[in-house]
Design a protein around this ligand. Structure first.
Ligand code: FES
Length: 114
């Protein structure tokens, strides 16, 4: 994953934003990354990855997440489709969204990342 790829797809928070937040704000807990544009406060898919960013932001940041952006997004879609989280209003993966069926079809059956 590259620095400008989004880690929190619900709120479009990039890896770069998160790393800079950790470096500048020096949060004491991973949950405080939610103060970075609401990261992690939607469906919940990105929370394990936010913990990685929190724990390892000062190391090779682009190596924090090994998945490609497409695989990462597909994993999130499968996670949501399995009923494990609900994305925020306006997200095409919300069950009440107009194009939900199309977005859900693009999800892989398994969301097994990292
Ligand atoms: S992807 Fe971050 S809360 Fe949904």
């Amino acid at each position: 994953m590259k620095l400008d790829d989004e880690v929190c797809l619900c709120f479009h928070v990039s890896l770069r934003k998160l790393i800079n937040f950790v470096r500048v704000e020096k949060p004491r807990r991973a949950s405080q990354l939610s103060q970075c544009f609401g990261a992690g406060t939607g469906c919940g898919w990105c929370r394990p990855f936010l913990k990685k960013v929190f724990q390892q932001a000062d190391q090779h940041p682009e190596e924090l997440l090994s998945a490609t952006p497409d695989d990462y997004a597909s994993g999130r879609a499968a996670y949501i489709r399995a009923g494990k989280g609900v994305p925020p209003p306006g997200d095409p993966l919300r069950p009440d969204a107009r194009n939900y069926r199309q977005a859900a079809k693009q999800a892989k059956p398994e969301g097994g990342l990292d």
